[in-house]
Design a protein around this ligand. Structure first.
Ligand SMILES: [Mg+2]
Length: 253
């Protein structure tokens, strides 16, 4: 088996929290006639709560806002979350969620070199598939070896389970497999699975800790979008971008 690239979805393929989930939550609040909206700062705090429904309930409990539904927070948060998911999928499938710099370029490059590419995420499978379809070309999408997502594993990141599953299912050698993550929990999952990883910081992960990352950068970069190295090895190519050779240097480090 040759080399492999395993990608996280949210924050790596696209900045889904800021330009997808947050936008969708605020659209539901508008549709439901609520007087409040979540700012980026508010949402950053709420992201400490895992799960969309749980996030809505935590906000309502902390602020005392009236969500209707006779004050039943479980019913209200379920209705909000159901509509929010519809809006999110629509945002993604209509191409209104911008891909992160360099993703399309790097995926094409490593696929052309014969690498195995897969996505390992703990978000819902349908969401992950939609995001991947939106950020790579159809031909590249067809060559992706697997999408490991949602409830395929019991223990979500930072547990290593989804990465261990991907390694096993695709018959990959951990020594030849590099991961790209954007968050502390994701990086910890990769490390616990014995995998070298590169971190591309996203909207809400700039203050996370990445003690085991080989390199931390602000993005993969594209022509006109230079990469800034935040920590670790400088693996940028001569043009200042992250490319296949950058990933090979991470594997060899
Ligand atoms: Mg992520």
């Amino acid at each position: 088996m040759g080399k492999a690239l395993l990608l996280d979805c949210d924050g790596v393929l696209a900045d889904t929290e800021e330009f997808g989930h947050l936008v969708a939550f605020n659209q539901v609040f508008d549709e439901f006639g609520y007087p409040f909206r979540w700012s980026k700062e508010e949402y950053a705090r709420l992201l400490k709560v895992g799960g969309g429904k749980e996030r809505v309930r935590a906000y309502a409990t902390a602020t005392g806002v009236d969500l209707g539904f006779d004050g039943d927070l479980v019913v209200a948060s379920t209705a909000i979350h159901r509509r929010k998911t519809e809006i999110y999928i629509e945002l993604v499938t209509t191409g209104r969620l911008p891909e992160r710099p360099g993703i399309r370029r790097l995926v094409d490059e490593v696929l052309d070199a014969g690498w195995t590419v897969a996505v390992a995420s703990t978000s819902a499978l349908e969401s992950v598939r939609s995001v991947l379809r939106a950020v790579v070309d159809p031909e590249a999408f067809a060559r992706v070896a697997g999408i490991f997502a949602g409830d395929v594993v019991e223990n979500k990141k930072p547990a290593p389970d989804v990465y261990l599953l991907a390694l096993d299912a695709l018959g990959l050698d951990p020594a030849d497999t590099v991961v790209i993550e954007d968050s502390e929990a994701g990086a910890a999952a990769a490390h616990a699975a014995g995998l070298k990883h590169l971190v591309t910081l996203s909207s809400f992960t700039g203050t996370d800790a990445f003690p085991d990352a080989t390199a931390v950068v602000d993005s993969l970069g594209d022509p006109g979008v230079p990469v800034r190295v935040q920590d670790g090895l400088d693996v940028r190519n001569a043009a200042g971008l992250i490319d296949r050779a950058s990933l090979e240097r991470i594997l060899a480090s």
